[in-house]
Design a protein around this ligand. Structure first.
Ligand code: S3P
Length: 168
């Protein structure tokens, strides 16, 4: 299978965008890029540090730059941060030059995956479970605009999940 457009993985934190995207890139023999990693590398500090020192707006601006740059290049698998698909500018870029895949996962599965990780600045609240629920509810209408929907299942391997994306 020859990839004609960049496949952009979107969805909540903990949905498995990076893990499934990596397996998908391997299966299709194309490069894998994670927008968070690109931002961290360029800024030379962690996402948490970027949020704390420069603010979320700075992070979002870098996120749009990375997405735009990658969509101009050769087709790849691009995993984006959970908030990337909310911005209209990003959705426009993705729809024009790529194909978006919403990796949907139940709130409970997401919570089980993110609850012990302290790296996500948006969940550093007094009640991270409720914060995650709030983000989930607010973001669903945006994710629903993606070109393809693939359900994430805790029972499937990342390779099987990648196959689901190929099938979709
Ligand atoms: C964010 C998700 C994170 C990262 C940043 C903001 C979000 O990426 O981009 O912490 O707004 O949901 P993951 O979805 O890869 O965790």
């Amino acid at each position: 299978m020859t990839l004609k457009k960049t496949v952009v993985m979107v969805g909540m934190m903990g949905a498995g965008k990076t893990a499934v995207g990596t397996a998908l890139a391997r299966a299709l023999a194309v490069p894998f890029v994670d927008s968070d990693e690109e931002i961290v590398r360029a800024a030379d500090r962690s996402i948490a540090e970027i949020f704390a020192r420069d603010g979320e707006a700075f992070f979002r601006a870098r996120e749009t730059e990375v997405i735009a740059r990658l969509l101009r290049g050769a087709p790849c698998i691009l995993s984006t941060g959970g908030g990337a698909y909310l911005a209209e500018a990003n959705r426009k870029l993705i729809h024009e030059a790529g194909i978006s895949v919403w990796l949907r996962a139940d709130l409970e599965l997401l919570w089980q995956r993110v609850r012990h990780k302290t790296t996500r600045p948006l969940l550093r609240t007094s009640n991270p479970r409720e914060t995650l629920r709030g983000l989930y509810d607010a973001r669903l209408p945006f994710y629903q605009m993606a070109d393809l929907l693939v359900d994430s299942s805790a029972d499937l391997s990342v390779e099987d999940m990648a196959q689901r994306v190929v099938d979709a």
